[in-house]
Ligand binder design. Structure first.
Ligand SMILES: Cc1cc2nc3c(=O)[nH]c(=O)nc-3n(C[C@H](O)[C@H](O)[C@H](O)COP(=O)(O)OP(=O)(O)OC[C@H]3O[C@@H](n4cnc5c(N)ncnc54)[C@H](O)[C@@H]3O)c2cc1C
Length: 404
């Protein structure tokens, strides 16, 4: 028995679950089963709530979610629930067999565009509610960012494999290597299925808009298949988010002297602070207050930045200091500044786009202007987290079952 579990107060109104966790993981209930050694029941409870429990327990920023909301945080050390969840769910996932648990959605056909977290959890819930499910993905295999983004040293691909096995055994159709919008249109899916869920993620990299940028390499394609790239001896990664951290930690593992250049301070970095610490421990070096202004043959021109406090006491702004240009040599420049969704698959449809150019959706994720198309995950939220993608997919599933 994990002594950590005995420290849990099994709160009646658990803040870890109700306030801290986007999918409201039933922590006290699962903890109680765990304490009694009823691991299968605990695993099933967690899987039903979040089929990616084995994954989120590994990749969630727990300080922000469950751990950060543990009531013991006030006077003592919070409970490391995510470790217990991983112990339960990491093993349970490989034992779970999909079954038709209800006939709520029997006779209905659903197409899921994208086999990332949204597609995977939706396929589980729909199948178990009796529906006929087809999953489509531009990539040949399932997992989305879990397989093609997060490096294997952080997330073992066996978790994605487990879903492939589970779905194949259940007879869920997976059409890999099919890009919706090119190989099949959204209109065709909409006509052929009762409902379509677009969980296409946010894979379109933002650009720096500086001269010479075409000589840089985007972090996402690099992370998709790192072995396909020869980075040379010295790599500079531009960015301060989780993608930048994964890119620099992967580059350093390929033997490159790796630097992260970021235009603000460490405190401003959107990356999980633990990831930044781990990158440092891996040997990645950091330079802050550096803005790239031009990519040249063999390196990058940076300009120094500084924080300025406005006289009216408003928000601190980071400004570039003129006349501080300096050239930094590198063999490869990797850019990881941010990503956004690609809405190309909506081209030619009657989807209503809002003033930002995003499909307009209601509170359940239903796309305005299309009769039976919903969206969930990063493609509606922007780049977020796995657990938030699961929560978003659940909202759609609940809307479907409420109207069944
Ligand atoms: C490098 C990296 C590291 C990350 N690290 C973490 C982390 O540590 N913890 C965390 O919680 N979150 C992390 N995230 C964020 C997290 O992975 C995402 O929030 C999550 O994967 C979103 O799930 P999704 O299903 O919306 O999209 P995705 O996982 O992006 O899956 C979308 C799928 O849709 C497919 N697709 C796209 N367009 C089409 C099309 N037209 N036709 C067919 N298929 C299509 C794609 O091929 C892809 O497989 C990370 C993200 C990245 C990029």
């Amino acid at each position: 028995m994990n002594s950590e579990a005995m420290r849990c107060l099994l709160c009646k109104k658990p803040k870890c679950a109700l306030q801290g966790c986007p999918v409201h993981t039933p922590v006290p209930e699962a903890m109680a089963l765990y304490r009694e050694g009823r691991l299968d029941e605990a695993g099933e409870l967690l899987f039903r709530n979040n089929p990616l429990s084995a994954v989120t327990s590994l990749v969630c920023d727990w300080k922000q979610f469950c751990y950060g909301h543990c009531v013991l945080n006030v006077k003592q050390v919070p409970v490391r629930w995510y470790e217990i969840e991983q112990e339960i769910s990491g093993a349970y996932l490989f034992r779970h067999k999909l079954s038709r648990r209800s006939s709520e959605l029997a006779g209905k056909k659903y197409a899921l565009v994208g086999a990332g977290p949204v597609g995977l959890v939706s396929a589980v819930w729909l199948y178990e509610a009796g529906a006929d499910v087809t999953l489509l993905d531009a990539n040949p295999r399932m997992g989305g960012v879990l397989r093609y983004g997060i490096p294997a040293f952080r997330l073992d691909k066996k978790y994605c494999d487990a879903f492939e096995t589970m779905f194949a055994e259940a007879g869920i159709t997976f059409r890999g290597g099919v890009k919706v919008g090119e190989d099949v249109t959204l209109a065709e899916l909409s006509a052929g299925y009762d409902a379509v869920l677009v969980g296409a993620g946010a894979e379109k990299p933002a650009t720096l808009h500086i001269p010479g940028e075409e000589h840089s390499l985007q972090a996402l394609p690099f992370l998709k298949d790192p072995s396909a790239f020869d980075l040379g001896k010295k790599v500079i990664v531009i960015g301060g988010g989780n993608v930048a951290m994964d890119a620099c930690r992967t580059a350093v593992r390929q033997g490159a002297e790796t630097w992260v250049y970021y235009r603000k301070t460490f405190e401003n970095m959107p990356a999980n602070p633990l990831e930044v610490e781990e990158a440092k421990a891996d040997g990645v070096r950091f330079r802050v207050f550096q803005a790239p202004v031009e990519v040249k043959e063999g390196g990058v021109v940076f300009r120094d930045c500084e924080n300025v406090e406005p006289e009216d006491g408003g928000r601190v702004v980071t400004r570039i200091i003129d006349g501080t240009d300096h050239f930094v040599e590198c063999d490869t420049l990797l850019t990881a500044i941010s990503e956004k969704p690609d809405f190309g698959l909506f081209a030619g449809t009657s989807a209503v786009m809002n003033e930002s150019g995003w499909p307009s959706t209601d509170e359940t994720g239903k796309v305005e202007g299309l009769p039976n198309v919903w969206m969930a995950g990063d493609c509606i939220l922007g780049p977020k987290t796995v657990v938030e993608a699961v929560a978003s997919a659940r909202q759609v599933f609940q809307a479907w079952t409420a109207n069944a």
